[in-house]
Design a protein around this ligand. Structure first.
Ligand SMILES: *Cc1c(COP(=O)(O)O)cnc(C)c1O
Length: 244
């Protein structure tokens, strides 16, 4: 597995670089978030040793348990990453309100903020924790598929609401398009998220990041402007079936 892991990572970085170059961007302008949900603490540690720095988890409880199995030394202060530590943790799954306190304690970036209410709660908890919580807004672009997320027509409103929350820093938008066999079909969704970001930018909201693209469609997402791709299967292999 270790040799395989190295190979997978190398191949993904190569494909990411090519996709970035096709849009005139440099290879370091897109971040790889390794999605380590359902991955053991052991394998996660190997991925860190293999050089990965950003990890995405979708369940607070699972990550808290895993984090306890990893030695404290695995994360040390480092000026080389965006989070200031050797490893940065991202929450990418729906956050229940009763887990929000743990999430604020555990994650550098919460990418799955999907309601003004949840944002308000995170803001209060972050203030109590003496932290500025970095967040992304999860955008729901299609009615059928993704359960969670803020409807695109409500984005400007929520940005206005969140602007007053002192302990939040809104850095980006995240989306999960419907699954298509043909990844080309996801392209309009990625494009739409970029357009929303650009419209928000024109109204004075500085939300630079676009977290979009997964194992089967990350190159298309990068061609449409992704600044972060969230890749699990292509790094770690097929996951065991997820518990409900
Ligand atoms: C699981 C997951 C991913 C990664 O999916 P893969 O197809 O394994 O690359 C990305 N984003 C979110 C929100 C996920 O839940």
């Amino acid at each position: 597995m270790e040799g395989r892991l190295q190979e997978n990572i190398k191949s993904i970085y190569r494909r990411m670089a090519h996709a970035a170059m096709r849009t005139g961007r440099g290879p370091d302008e897109v971040k790889l978030i390794a999605v380590s949900k359902n991955v053991s603490a052991d394998l996660l540690k190997k991925a860190i040793e293999a050089g990965l720095r950003d990890f995405g988890e979708n369940r607070v409880q699972e990550f808290r348990e895993k984090r306890q199995l990893l030695s404290q030394e695995i994360r040390f202060k480092s000026p080389e990453t965006h989070c200031g530590y050797s490893v940065c943790w991202h929450l990418i799954g729906h956050l229940q309100k009763n887990k929000a306190k743990d999430a604020v304690a555990l994650f550098d970036v919460i990418q799955s903020v999907d309601s003004a209410e949840l944002a308000g709660l995170i803001n209060i908890l972050a203030e109590k924790a003496g932290k500025i919580q970095r967040i992304f807004i999860q955008v729901k672009l299609s009615h059928e598929v993704s359960k969670h997320g803020i409807l695109k027509e409500d984005i400007m409103h929520i940005l206005n609401v969140l602007e007053g929350m002192q302990n939040l820093r809104i850095e980006g938008l995240m989306t999960i398009p419907p699954f298509f066999e043909d990844p080309e079909k996801a392209r309009p969704f990625f494009r739409e998220l970029r357009e929303i970001r650009d419209r928000a930018g024109a109204m004075g909201f500085k939300i630079a990041e676009l977290s979009m693209g997964m194992s089967h469609d990350f190159e298309i997402a990068i061609e449409e402007g992704a600044t972060m791709v969230r890749v699990g299967t292509a790094i770690f292999g097929e996951r065991k079936k997820e518990a409900a």
